[in-house]
Design a protein around this ligand. Structure first.
Ligand code: CA
Length: 395
């Protein structure tokens, strides 16, 4: 996304503060935003919202996806996939899921239900796994039995390369590209200084948006097919992408975890470099600068939006529905450290406002907008406090 950059030296601290903003807390870094509303956008007005529990007793739930029946599939990071009925009742673990490496940040991660589930009963998963040499992010799909107790015919379609000895920053989300047979898989860069530089290395899958077809083959129009770089790469220079969603115009958006400050909303385009770990609006958790110590560099994309301090993004969805018509078209992003749902309004590819919903709900690892327009959130906590909450409008 090309932006007209405002010279950083020509502006005072946070010059775009004419209207009230969400109280974000003190920033870690002292960068200036490159354009208006790139951070700390005006606070949105909205209905008063609280939350109610749908179920608890989950163990580190990570992803949730609705089935056509109105039930939901929920992953638990230690390696279980479970079905949750609309009333919150939970099944035992569904058999036939892949073996995962439930180490550090690894385990069973995202779940997605195929758009043609009624015909093919495909359930897609991302997960951390151990292979010779270390840990990778992987993705694949299985066929859910009619009684919902078993996945059969597990087929892995993506395995990150190379393996890392560091079981951190696995991403990951999976999303179906509208109007095609392609899927998007997001990864992380395994965090450690010697690993994170591979986000810039086009011969690895670290810190990338991956775009492949249903068999894991790179489509011919991927940017590095026939060029230097792995064919499956769509975009690069990302840190740890735990959010991915398409908007109503079929545009892909992601949110990636940043360092101390510097969580980023990006709109990844083919072949472009999103800057990590060369540029960032954050600083290292040890207080040291990131990369060049700059937030802007030629040839690297600016985030559409950033947060300093971080929200620590979980999953996200664009809202559409009748329960919260005020949110139509807005992005609802899980906030782990903010223990809230971060709502962003967008107009023509730019953020116009921000609100934090249901503060105190807990560490939000994923957000699911149901076919009824409800907003469900997964609370990332060990058993018995891992939970599904529903946002409710206060009357
Ligand atoms: Ca970036």
């Amino acid at each position: 996304m090309q932006k007209t950059l405002i010279a950083a030296t020509a502006v005072a601290a946070f010059p775009f503060t004419a209207t009230a903003q969400v109280e974000q807390g003190e920033a870690n870094a002292d960068f200036q935003p490159a354009f208006e509303n790139q951070t700390r956008a005006p606070e949105l007005e909205g209905p008063d919202v609280s939350y109610e529990m749908v179920t608890d007793g989950l163990d580190a739930p990570w992803g949730i996806a609705e089935l056509p029946s109105g039930a939901f599939l929920v992953t638990e990071r230690p390696g279980r996939l479970r079905m949750m009925e609309a009333d919150g009742s939970l099944s035992d673990a569904i058999s036939g899921t892949p073996e995962v490496a439930a180490v550090n940040q690894g385990g069973l991660l995202d779940v997605a239900v195929d758009d043609n589930f009624d015909e093919n009963r495909e359930v897609w998963l991302t997960y951390a796994k151990e292979i010779p040499g270390g840990y990778v992010t992987a993705a694949g799909y299985g066929i859910l039995s009619e009684d919902g107790t078993e996945l059969t015919d597990w087929t892995e379609i993506f395995e990150q390369a190379p393996a890392s000895s560091v079981p951190m920053h696995f991403g990951s989300r999976i999303a179906f590209e509208p109007g095609s047979d392609n899927v998007i898989i997001t990864t992380g860069e395994h965090s450690a200084p010697a690993e994170r530089v591979k986000a810039q290395d086009l011969d690895t899958h670290y810190g990338k948006v991956i775009r492949v077809d249903r068999e894991g083959v790179a489509p011919a129009d991927n940017p590095f097919v026939g060029e230097m770089g792995l064919d499956q790469i769509w975009s690069y220079g990302h840190r740890n992408i735990q959010s991915a969603a398409y908007d109503a115009d079929d545009t892909l958006w992601i949110v990636e975890h940043g360092p101390a400050g510097g969580d980023e909303l990006n709109q990844p385009e083919a072949g472009l470099n999103y800057g990590w770990p060369v540029i960032s609006y954050g600083i290292g958790y040890n207080g040291n600068p990131i990369g060049t110590g700059e937030a802007v560099q030629d040839g690297m994309e600016q985030p559409v939006y950033y947060w300093d301090p971080v929200i620590a993004p979980g999953g996200m969805e664009f809202y559409s529905g009748d329960v919260f018509p005020e949110y139509e078209g807005d992005l609802l992003i899980g906030g782990l450290v903010k223990a809230a749902v971060v709502r962003l309004s967008l107009d023509d590819g730019e953020v116009t406002g921000e609100e934090w919903l249901a503060p105190g709900v807990g560490r939000v690892r994923d957000v699911e907008v149901t076919s009824d327009g409800d907003v469900l959130v997964l609370i990332d906590a060990p058993d018995p406090d891992g939970a599904v909450m529903r946002l409710v409008r206060d009357e």
